[in-house]
Design a protein around this ligand. Structure first.
Ligand SMILES: [Zn+2]
Length: 366
């Protein structure tokens, strides 16, 4: 058998290390499929921890029955640096043994991070920011009433959805949240506050203006970011689409199968690639963001207007969007294809702005 008999504590792991043994509790575990020229393969990723700390892991040979809360002993695993954080790798030469019934307390390290830098590899974080509009609702758990406060928190790098279970949040206040739990839902990151998190009022005096990000620096699905970039290609499926005015679903024909009497309404789906010189990102937008750019007034955008049809919208998309520079504000989401941006506000920027943008980028390399 390879490797030593020593079992490392997770808080003592460094990188790189080979043939090490650890014992820990799975804090969370996710499955991902990747396709390449050799076909499709599957791997797991997540967080494992013990009383000394937590570490993200990637596992290419893991039983699919493992779940969060399981305590396992892993032999012959290794560590390496991955994008600046140390990561545990489990492969076909590793051996994993489930330890049923074993209890383990996990020490939840929570690093202080800017909202724009949050990623799935840090399940517990400390963030500081300003609270947005707060929505309250009550729910009952174990016969006890709790209030959930839903809002967004933002700093100068981004904004993220936030839910607080029981702890009151006030709109416009600036807070530090220690031990917030980070999770992913529908491709977007969100954080939550529970009984183990600490919320402190602080005075940050953060200036939240437009958060221009280089596309190359976008590494996680955060919200409320702005890019300035040029549209370099327009997706095939972009164009005019029909929706049922009753249920809002997209309909292929001229009526909805569920509501044949309901009139249809127009919408736009635009799917395109943006390039800012540092990288590219897929972006999409609907009619609310696109109409003004296409030079169409909202009151003209309806099926009664004969001037508007699929060809006309496709032509306008090519004429007014492709090859032009825009400022896009939106939410970054994680989907099967990687990160993409859903734009909720798009405006043309001038040639001067593009020159300024290029000069800024050049200055970074001098
Ligand atoms: Zn319908």
């Amino acid at each position: 058998m390879m490797g030593s008999e020593k079992t490392y504590e997770i808080g003592d792991l460094k990188e790189p290390m080979q043939n090490i043994n650890i014992k820990g509790k799975i804090v969370n575990i996710n499955l991902r499929k990747v396709s390449n020229e050799r076909g499709e393969s599957v791997y797991h990723y997540g967080i494992i921890g013990d009383s000394t700390g937590t570490i993200p892991f990637t596992a290419w040979s893991l039983s699919s029955s493992l779940k969060a809360g399981d305590v396992v002993a892993i032999r012959n695993c290794s560590t390496r640096d991955f994008k600046g954080t140390i990561r545990l790798y489990i492969d076909s030469s590793s051996a994993i043994k489930l330890l049923p019934g074993e209890e383990m307390e996990v020490h939840r390290t929570s690093a202080t991070m800017k909202i724009g830098q949050l990623s799935r590899s840090t399940p517990y974080v400390t963030v500081r920011g300003r609270i947005g509009k707060v929505y309250e609702r009550e729910f009952e758990r174990d016969g006890k009433k709790t209030t959930i406060y839903s809002t967004r928190i933002e700093d100068e790098t981004g904004s993220i959805r936030l839910s607080s279970f029981g702890k009151m949040l006030e709109e416009g206040s600036e807070v530090e949240i220690q031990g917030a739990r980070l999770s992913e839902y529908n491709g977007s990151l969100r954080i939550s506050i529970n009984e183990n998190s600490q919320v402190t009022r602080t005075k940050l005096g953060i200036k939240i203006g437009e958060r221009f990000l280089d596309i190359s620096s976008i590494s996680s699905p955060v919200g409320g970011v702005t890019i300035r970039a040029i549209c370099i290609s327009m997706g095939e499926k972009s164009g005019l689409l029909y929706r049922c005015s009753e249920c809002n679903s997209k309909v292929d024909e001229i009526r909805c199968p569920d509501h044949p009497d309901a009139p249809i309404k127009y919408d736009i789906f635009a799917y395109f690639t943006m390039d800012d010189g540092t990288g590219t990102i897929q972006a999409s937008a609907g009619s609310r963001a696109m109409l003004e750019i296409l030079g169409i007034k909202e009151e003209e955008f309806n099926p009664q207007n004969r001037a508007i049809n699929k060809n006309m919208i496709r032509e306008r998309l090519h004429e007014k969007v492709l090859g032009h520079a825009f400022k896009i504000t939106g939410d970054v989401r994680e989907q099967n294809m990687g990160l993409s941006m859903r734009g909720f506000s798009i405006s043309r920027i001038s040639d001067q702005d593009i020159t300024a943008m290029t000069l800024e980028q050049e200055a970074d390399f001098q």
